[in-house]
Design a protein around this ligand. Structure first.
Ligand SMILES: C[S@@+](CC[C@H](N)C(=O)[O-])C[C@H]1O[C@@H](n2cnc3c(N)ncnc32)[C@H](O)[C@@H]1O
Length: 480
């Protein structure tokens, strides 16, 4: 069952008139729930209990000490039947409902055109919980848990704080979308913790500086064009290595189609309403998204008017098939922009202290697709060039390492040439294995992709840096 009969809304009851028929325990509960919202409540009942009487004496409600009359419902905005007579309650409901009043016969869902929910509250934050009349007791349980675990005092204080700033933000930031992005940024920032631990003054200061920055940023014309598809590089893995431009675009995306090597943390920049579609391709695994399907998706989403981001590991045009996507978009007449990323082909060497070029050692480097290596001699790697270029970088090659090494040696590369295999570069599980062409296959036997292999004398720079560091640290220790 869909349980869609009831739609939750929050009624503004201040100054509204409510007729409550009955003066016992159930009526008391309704009064306690309704009175904080400021309605004018009239109780009609021949008898009322002490709690209701106390409210009458305090002037909080009016009491007419008599039986209910059918004409009573006419003047009220809301009618609640809370007598101990179910048949009378149902009749009161029918009368109210026929006059299009909000009408509720207590504990009788069949005779209600609205129901009241269990309310969890902290300051201005309110969560209304309903079980669609199935189990008010269970709804109460859920309410208690929300109050205990989520709607804590801090949350109420935060809502109040943000509420104070709301008019100022509305005045200062131009559009709904900009404001929404700003509020999300504030909520995800240090501000909630600052407010809870250091108080309102410190939080105000922080908020002001965030608002100033948002005002400055919104004054610049937005450089993200919703008509374009963005082919964006996500960097090699460390979320800090994505570009500022990429983040700016991700924040505005409606759809993000992302690859296997994209760090999922980066999807945190995408706004909550946007769609994130995984399109990772793993070689040899059936049921993988095909490139032409991805191309079609890019075109289709763009034609639906969505701001589409194709997010790729490293750089989109370095073995990223970004070129094919650009061609597909161009063919469909869709504008696109390529946002370069930090490519693992350079970054993996760098994090291992290996410069791909180095004065006096390497004046050129080239990047090869290692997975192309095969025994057929018809593969597409220019082995002669790979064997002769000062620095040869192989991506997607760790599984073909024996073949790569033997082909390089065959083409004349010295077997003593150093080689480094850097796996999971820039990530917490980064690993570097160093050897020579004649030793690396045994040394790197357990290394799994993703990995980059760097071949050339530049690998020795890593050792030089390490020994210089060691020497200077040793000197510092002796001096201390
Ligand atoms: C399909 S290619 C994509 C390359 C990507 N466009 C780039 O510019 O880095 C995937 C290969 O990149 C390399 N790679 C990507 N991220 C890596 C990382 N964090 N560490 C080591 N190698 C990585 C591996 O060789 C992997 O097999």
């Amino acid at each position: 069952m869909a349980y869609t009969k009831y739609h939750p809304v929050y009624l503004a009851l201040e100054g509204r008139t409510i007729l409550l028929v009955g003066g016992g325990f159930v009526a008391t509960e309704k009064l306690q729930s309704l009175l904080p919202s400021g309605p004018h409540i009239t109780v009609v009942a021949p008898w009322i209990n002490d709690e209701v009487r106390a409210l009458v004496d305090a002037g909080s409600i009016r009491w007419e000490a008599r039986e209910f009359l059918p004409t009573d419902v006419v003047d009220y905005f809301m009618v609640i039947a809370a007598t101990n007579n179910p048949q009378l309650n149902a009749e009161i409901y029918e009368l109210g409902n026929s006059l299009k009043k909000l009408s509720n016969s207590v504990d009788d869902p069949e005779h209600c055109n609205f129901i009241m929910s269990a309310i969890a509250k902290s300051g201005p934050m309110q969560v209304a919980i309903s079980s669609a009349g199935c189990s008010p007791a269970l709804a109460q349980r859920v309410r208690n848990r929300i109050e205990r675990e989520i709607l804590t005092d801090d949350m109420g204080q935060l809502a109040e704080f943000l509420g104070e700033w709301r008019p100022e933000v509305k005045k200062s930031l131009p559009t709904y979308k900009v404001r929404q992005a700003f509020w999300e940024q504030v909520i995800d920032s240090q501000l909630p913790r600052t407010l809870a631990s250091k108080g309102v003054e410190a939080a105000n200061e922080l908020f002001q500086s965030m608002l100033r920055r948002a005002i400055l940023a919104s004054a610049e014309p937005s450089s993200v064009d919703p008509k374009k598809v963005y082919l964006v590089g996500a960097g090699p893995g460390d979320p800090g290595l994505i570009t500022v431009r990429a983040v700016e675009i991700l924040r505005k995306a409606d759809v993000v189609i992302y690859d296997r090597l994209v760090n999922p943390i980066l999807l945190g920049y995408v706004s909550p309403g946007a769609e994130c579609i995984y399109a990772g391709k793993e070689r040899g695994t059936p049921g993988q998204p095909r490139q032409d399907h991805i191309n079609t998706q890019l075109v289709q989403f763009a034609k639906q008017g969505k701001l589409v981001v194709r997010l790729k590991g490293g750089d989109p045009f370095v073995f990223g098939r970004g070129g094919e996507e650009a061609l597909a978009l161009a063919k469909a007449g869709i504008e696109f922009e390529v946002v370069p990323g930090v490519s693992s082909s350079i970054a993996a060497a760098e994090v291992a202290n290996i410069p791909v070029t180095h004065r006096g050692i390497s004046a050129a480097f080239a990047v090869f697709a290692g997975q192309e290596a095969d025994d057929s001699r018809g593969d597409r790697i220019p082995w002669k060039a790979a064997a002769n270029i000062p620095t040869a970088v192989f991506l997607m090659g760790v599984e073909r390492l024996p073949l790569i090494v033997s082909r390089l040696i065959e083409e004349g590369r010295d077997p003593n040439t150093p080689i480094a295999v850097v796996s999971n570069a820039t990530m917490s599980n980064e690993d570097v294995v160093v050897g020579t062409l004649s030793t690396i296959v045994d040394l790197a036997v357990g290394v799994r992709p993703p990995a980059v292999c760097i071949v050339g004398e530049v690998v020795r720079v890593r050792e030089q840096i390490a020994s210089l560091l060691l020497a200077s640290l040793g000197q510092a220790a002796v001096a201390a």
